[in-house]
Design a binder for this molecule. Structure first.
Ligand code: SAM
Length: 119
């Protein structure tokens, strides 16, 4: 799903948000967009290949922090460290090809609502 960028920018202005945290980097499209609007971007990807592609292609962008790992675990470290409100784009749903799939992480699993995963 394409992120609702206009709404994100409205919310950024309204709440003076400077941090953007994304689960599921994929090819980095949203992270790159966010880097042009937010002071600090954190993006988490569980596919090693996609994470390394992102690092290789965009390591020069100073305000993007790429994290390799399962966003359900990574958020447990990232969220408690936040010292100001942040925008969260929860987009790490399972996909095909080089992306991480739900069944590859948890064979036989059914997805839980995302709010349950970070609660
Ligand atoms: C829809 S794509 C993300 C698109 C990206 N946010 C954008 O807007 O351009 C979903 C990504 O989530 C990743 N993913 C799936 N489960 C994940 C998890 N538990 N932690 C981190 N990334 C995950 C997949 O490998 C895939 O690259």
């Amino acid at each position: 799903m394409e992120p609702p960028k206009d709404l994100m920018l409205q919310l950024k202005r309204k709440y003076t948000l400077e941090d953007f945290i994304e689960t599921g980097t994929y090819r980095g499209g949203t992270a790159l967009w966010a880097a042009a609007h937010f002071a600090r971007v954190t993006t988490i990807e569980f596919s090693r290949a996609l994470y390394e592609d992102m690092r290789a292609q965009h390591s020069g962008i100073h305000n993007i922090n790429c994290i390799f790992g399962d966003s359900r675990e990574a958020l447990k470290t990232i969220l408690p460290k936040l010292d100001r409100p942040a925008m969260l784009w929860l987009d790490s749903h399972w996909s095909g090809r080089r992306r991480i799939s739900c069944s590859s992480m948890m064979p036989g699993c059914l997805p839980l609502p995302r709010r349950d995963r970070i609660a």
